[in-house]
Design a protein around this ligand. Structure first.
Ligand code: PRX
Length: 634
């Protein structure tokens, strides 16, 4: 299947068609997939309700598109190359045919354990092929997977399992991360104390260490496979609008949002953008360094690449092990042609001697990608000069868990690139830049800055928040009438190229991870010595942003390093180590408006060491507190 645009002129034509005649445009793409029954209607939507449907009445199973349809011509092509944490351990090459068999076998395991269409299954797994197998097996039986990043805490797993009432948990006994070995099963056992909906746990043995198993509940992956005699599994027939997965993302308030993605539109959107943005050729080796626990891994390690019949690399380890040259060693070893990573990784690697790059042959690289946060100019140039050797277009891809697929990005080798710009919307994406009065700023010969919204749906937009459609409406469709609000700010130049300036809500992107400040504050406030807290982001050289927590304690509390450690541990326990604040500042009060709202703008400025212009503080209930906070900060 080739859905590729081949020139800038063609991009412009396709873009025009996609806006003027979206149904015709997307139908022309969608016919290239395997459907058991064609759709009745291409799209049906109303952002006021909000309700979005694509390819309604179409019947399919996404795994027939990821696997079965490649078997005849490409069964022996490598689908997944797995690179282990330890470079001395062997890589695994799994062909499309082998993957088909493994997925079918595991789908039988799921069925034997009572999993059927519509059931939710939680996956808490390391970056090993079995994660992909479990994920695809869920899709094959029609179960909805909910993958929880294997760095999240027991509390975070439990709340996600409970929110969507998962029936089964699939995990591994342990995970390797650099020199560390982490016991995932223990974390799961703690989570499972509070998750009554879970009936069975399947445990893959990644290491030979003894693993504690709970009789009647826990089963080893391998033992369950032994019981399967059938290497085929008739894929469940799904409606295009049946849910494929739930993936939780942080919100600016309250608990994480379980974004629900459905089958048909997600498949079409991820595959189309994958093929176009990267301009993948049939012998290419594509590597996305994200974890499958995030949307980037779902869409661009698994579903997009496999539907496109590409070879996709999965890496178990971390960029710094055994040294900071590991990524480049893997590129050389596997002859990677397409490399897709996050700015935070680029910045971290750029801090180390260039000799770590130069000793590896990177000449196979054709395209470089960036995702997850704005890429700063310095990182862009380092990437371009030292990794791409100025020969590889950099696709700076802007999108979100909610969008399912890339939205703004250059098409490699076709759209002119420019440092720090995600450039132009992809076909089917109709953007709007909004001013502070909620009015659209029309494209003109002048550059403008505003908030980014989208005027019409695209096939892979998340359809709802699991169990809370009202929150979906409130969060995304209530800022501007009849538009989807992204939560991001953007700058648009006179030629219509976009640069994303960052979040405009209380979500902070730390090392590419999307973290809501409210749940972190809740965790801190649970400490017995804490009265109240406020968490904000501030710029950080490598992480992009780091977190600063301003904490008010009870009067007689000793504010020492031990307390700081305890507070950070509270956050780690409640959410995960990624959410631990870098700075904890004890303050006598927080700047509040008369209506009791914390004025975070001021706290952000103080944390960024930018106190020269704090703006208008006269509306504060307690303006004096600002000077005390500045003093505490120093
Ligand atoms: O702020 C934007 C930032 O990441 C947010 C979405 O985070 P998440 O749902 O975790 O998905 C990340 C991977 C798609 C966006 O609202 N973001 C993502 N890509 C870019 C970006 N900011 C600037 N440039 C990007 N290329």
């Amino acid at each position: 299947m080739s859905l590729q645009i081949k020139s800038f002129k063609e991009y412009k034509e396709k873009y025009k068609q996609s806006i003027e005649r979206p149904d015709e445009f997307w139908a022309e793409i969608a016919v290239n997939f395997t459907w058991r029954k064609k759709w009745d209607k291409v799209s049906e939507w109303d952002f006021n309700k909000p309700e979005v449907k694509w390819f309604e009445g179409g019947k399919l199973n996404i795994t027939e598109n990821c696997l079965d349809r490649h078997l005849e011509k490409n069964g022996n092509k490598t689908a997944i190359i797995w690179e282990p944490n330890n470079p001395d351990e062997e890589s695994r090459h799994i062909t499309y045919r082998q993957l088909y068999v493994k997925v079918s076998q595991f789908a039988n395991v799921l069925k034997n354990n009572g999993i059927k269409k519509g059931d939710r299954v939680c996956l808490y797994m390391p970056m090993i092929p079995e994660l992909s197998i479990a994920m695809l097996a869920c899709a094959r039986v029609g179960a909805i997977h909910s993958i929880v990043f294997a760095g999240f805490s027991a509390t975070a797993i439990a709340s996600r399992i409970n929110d969507s009432q998962c029936k089964m948990l699939i995990t591994a006994n342990e995970v390797y991360r650099g020199t560390k070995r982490i016991n995932l099963k223990e974390v799961c056992d703690e989570a499972l104390e509070n998750t009554p909906s879970i009936e069975n746990v399947i445990v893959y043995r990644r290491t030979v260490e003894p693993t504690e198993m709970k009789e009647g509940r826990d089963k080893f992956w391998f033992d369950e496979l032994q019981k399967v005699k059938n290497y085929h599994f008739d894929a469940e027939e799904m409606d295009a609008e049946d849910p494929l997965f739930i993936l939780y993302t942080s919100g600016s308030t309250g608990k994480p949002k379980g974004m629900v993605h459905t089958t048909g539109g997600y498949m079409v959107g991820t595959t189309y953008t994958f093929e176009n943005v990267f301009q993948i050729d049939k012998n290419d080796v594509y590597w996305c360094t994200a974890d499958i626990g995030w949307i980037t891994g779902h869409s661009y390690i698994i579903y997009g690449p496999l539907c496109a019949g590409a070879t996709t690399v999965m890496f178990e380890g971390i960029p710094s092990y055994p040294d900071y040259g590991r990524f480049w060693e893997i590129v050389a070893k596997l002859k990677v042609t397409h490399f897709y990573t996050a700015p935070t990784a680029i910045r971290a690697l750029a801090k180390h001697p260039l000799s770590l790059v130069e000793k590896h042959d990177l000449s196979t690289l054709k395209v470089l990608g960036s995702v997850g946060e704005p890429i700063n100019e310095e990182a862009w140039h380092w990437y371009n000069d030292n990794i791409g050797k100025t020969n590889c277009p950099i696709v700076d891809t802007w999108w979100q868990t909610e969008t399912g697929a890339m939205m703004i990005s250059p098409i490699a080798g076709i759209t002119p690139t420019r440092p720090t710009f995600a450039t132009l919307p992809l076909p089917g994406v109709q953007l709007a830049l909004m001013d502070e009065n909620g009015k659209e700023i029309p494209q003109s010969n002048e550059a403008s800055e505003g908030r980014l919204a989208v005027k019409a749906p695209w096939p892979s937009i998340a359809r709802t928040i699991y169990g809370n459609h009202n929150r979906y409406k409130e969060t995304y469709f209530s800022s501007y009438p009849n538009m989807y609000f992204t939560g991001d700010g953007a700058y648009r130049d006179a030629t219509g190229n976009y640069r994303i300036t960052g979040r405009v809500d209380d979500v902070v992107i730390v090392s590419g991870h999307n973290l809501g400040t409210a749940p972190i504050e809740n965790a801190i406030n649970e400490h017995e010595s804490v009265v109240e807290s406020a968490v904000v982001g501030f710029p950080h050289d490598i992480k992009g942003n780091a977190l600063c927590a301003y904490v008010i304690t009870y009067d007689n509390v000793i504010k020492d390093d031990a307390l700081i450690t305890e507070i950070r541990e509270m956050v780690s326990k409640s959410i995960g180590a990624i959410a631990k604040p870098d700075k904890i500042i004890f303050v006598p009060g927080l700047p509040k408006t008369r209506s009791g709202k914390i004025m975070r703008r001021i706290l952000r400025k103080i944390a960024s060491n930018d106190t020269s212009n704090l703006g208008d503080t006269s509306t504060l209930l307690n303006p004096d507190v600002v000077q005390s906070i500045i003093k505490s900060y120093k």
